[in-house]
Design a protein. Structure first.
Length: 278
């Protein structure tokens, strides 16, 4: 049995906006039971720029009717904020008195919240290699804030939302909810689909279903049918080449030779849409 559920960032009317310049926590929208609050961290040593970012994000969140909490900080010591499980972080790379301090802050944030969405806001791109090592979601030049912040924020929210999509399957008589973002790939064997996971207590789950039923639900969420028996999460593809796909976990999956050109184009189009161009 296959069921598909969507756990999204809930929306609501933003009746009031707290516009205080240096208020560490800015909350707007009515708090409701069962509603997830999107927690955002802003770190920059320029209070004027920080205020601009905070106001713009509040405006964009209100337009999207998102329930958010914004934490702002202007100093190098981030210990009090690292205690918070932030969902999205906008970090100045040259935060404080030390060059690259934002990179170190991102490492600390990753230790606290491995799946946090990190966007580096900077005047430079020289730290790009280290940022990608930390799985930076985007790089935003400060000169491009007016033109690109809204787009990047929307993309981050969409990514955050996707990570909370779940697929419900029946495994050995038990209904199990699997996070879509943690699915590595699916394999069809006769009338059974094996769902292989990136992490968790078990490396895979099995259910009686067709791979086609999974494809119909997951295609719009970044999954690609690479073979009649395999559906792969494109977020976790390390390498795609003629004849095979290599995943982040170094699993090697077969690729349909007849459809390789179409599969490659679909993957490159998806990857291009995810990539930030400075």
């Amino acid at each position: 049995m296959l069921e598909f559920q969507s756990r999204r960032v809930d929306s609501m009317a933003a009746n009031s906006i707290m516009n205080s310049a240096f208020q560490k926590i800015g909350v707007f929208g009515k708090k409701q039971r069962g509603i997830h609050m999107l927690r955002i961290l802003l770190a920059d040593d320029d209070p004027v720029f920080l205020l601009k970012m905070e106001r713009l994000l509040m405006q964009y969140a209100a337009q999207q009717q998102l329930h958010v909490q914004i934490g702002t900080y202007t100093r190098d010591d981030m210990s009090c904020f690292i205690l918070q499980p932030y969902d999205i972080a906008f970090l100045d790379i040259d935060f404080g008195d030390r060059r690259g301090a934002g990179i170190e802050l991102a490492r600390r944030l990753r230790q606290k919240r491995n799946d946090a969405i990190i966007i580096f806001v900077t005047n430079y791109v020289e730290y790009a290699p280290e940022g990608y090592e930390l799985r930076a979601f985007r790089y935003l030049l400060k000169t491009d804030v007016d033109a690109k912040l809204e787009t990047y924020f929307s993309q981050a929210v969409e990514h955050f939302t996707t990570k909370r999509e779940v697929v419900s399957i029946q495994n050995n008589g038990e209904i199990i909810n699997l996070a879509v973002d943690d699915i590595l790939y699916l394999e069809s064997e006769k009338h059974t689909v094996h769902v292989y996971m990136l992490c968790g207590n078990f490396d895979h789950y099995s259910c009686y279903a067709s791979l086609q039923s999974f494809e119909e639900k997951l295609k719009s969420l970044g999954f690609l049918r690479i073979h009649k028996s395999y559906l792969v999460n494109m977020r976790h593809i390390k390498k795609l080449q003629c004849g095979e796909v290599v995943t982040e976990t170094d699993s090697v999956l077969p690729v349909s030779g007849k459809n390789y050109g179409e599969i490659k184009r679909a993957y490159l189009l998806w990857k291009g849409a995810q990539t930030w161009n400075t």
